[in-house]
Design a protein around this ligand. Structure first.
Ligand SMILES: NC(=O)c1ccc[n+]([C@@H]2O[C@H](COP(=O)([O-])OP(=O)(O)OC[C@H]3O[C@@H](n4cnc5c(N)ncnc54)[C@H](OP(=O)(O)O)[C@@H]3O)[C@@H](O)[C@H]2O)c1
Length: 306
């Protein structure tokens, strides 16, 4: 059995590729990638079926969207071939934003509208497929935030909206003020971080039938670099499953472990290395059986389920 290559975020919403490419680490290397190499990255991802790209206004100290946008301009494909996700509301203390005295959140309508306009300009596009509120804001006035989100959708600048790192109750509050559904909650889940399996987040996604997007699906790389007991156990369990599936890369099993969940999670992959992405794309052809899935869970938690 293979997973579908595309997935609807929500019954009423648009679809994304089954695996999304995250752009957070685009400026993490020693050199700033030029437009041609970003265009290569986009083409390489599309070849692997990954047409959806995850951004945030703040990635790379407010620099990633612009570098990616230059690559998009160079790329020369059709805008409709890809999907762009971006986020707003985190405000960083940064040299490029000298007015920001402290890291904070801003879910005001004015900030949402201004941030979307900046993202459109940086990404060289006239619409964003999905806009996410990046983190829950303790000062969020749900009526006002909903007004901001409605205005960017009505203006045709954004096709659909969602949230990230929201609890089910924060999600429900914002959703209660909107005339259209929130199409996703982007949350952290991995073989290393399993809390969302038990804290109601994935139950909520199933109940409302939206596909949660999953950030740091390999624990941000700690799956490979961590040398604690948990990471060692998990690597061992993933290797057993990788051998059984005939794949070389335990990352593919870690992704397949997420795909197996009935909430239909959408992993947002963080590596930008083509060979690693190709190995992880193999996850779409791996359906872990129930006991394998629980063996990996046990390796993560260190104990049998009760
Ligand atoms: N909504 C939020 O709050 C939030 C928070 C964090 C991230 N995100 C999104 O989620 C995306 C993914 O997060 P992430 O980068 O932490 O994801 P990840 O896939 O868990 O981690 C990627 C890291 O793992 C490393 N890695 C080491 N060995 C690997 C192997 N064999 N195969 C694949 N990767 C390996 C990668 O290194 P190399 O780069 O050297 O390949 C990279 O540094 C981000 O790009 C961003 O779009 C969202």
């Amino acid at each position: 059995m293979s997973y579908e290559k595309r997935i609807a975020l929500h019954a009423e919403g648009l679809s994304l590729s089954r695996l999304v490419l995250g752009a957070w680490r685009l400026l993490s290397g020693p050199e700033k990638p030029d437009a041609a190499s970003v265009a290569d990255l986009i083409n390489g991802a599309i070849d692997l079926g990954m047409t959806s790209f995850d951004h945030a206004d703040i990635y790379g100290d407010y620099g990633v969207e612009e570098v990616f946008g230059a690559g998009l301009k160079h790329w020369g494909g059709k805008r409709e071939q890809i999907e762009l996700i971006t986020k707003c509301d985190i405000i960083l203390k940064s040299d490029v934003r000298p007015a920001n005295r402290i890291k904070h959140y801003d879910t005001s309508a004015a900030h949402i509208e201004a941030s979307v306009d900046r993202s459109l300009k940086n990404l060289h596009t006239d619409y964003i497929d999905v806009l996410l509120i990046h983190r829950p804001d303790p000062l969020m006035d749900a009526d006002e935030t909903a007004r901001g989100l409605e205005s960017v959708v009505t203006a045709g600048k954004v096709r659909a909206v969602g949230v990230s790192n929201f609890t089910p109750s924060q999600f429900d509050l914002l959703a209660s003020r909107l005339p259209f559904p929130l199409v996703t909650n982007q949350i952290e889940v991995s073989v290393i971080h399993t809390a969302a399996l038990f804290d109601g987040s994935l139950d909520h996604a199933q109940r409302l039938r939206y596909s949660p997007m999953i950030w740091s699906p390999l624990g941000g790389g700690s799956l490979f670099t961590g040398d604690g007991a948990q990471e060692r156990r998990v690597r061992g369990a993933l290797k057993v499953a990788a051998d059984a599936a005939g794949v070389v890369d335990i990352a593919a099993i870690a992704i397949a472990w997420l795909l197996r969940h009935p909430a239909r999670p959408i992993p947002v992959l963080g590596s930008l290395k083509r060979e690693r992405l190709a190995l992880m794309a193999a996850a779409l052809d791996i359906e872990l059986e129930r006991q394998q899935w629980f063996e990996i869970l046990k390796a993560s938690t260190g104990e049998d389920v009760p």
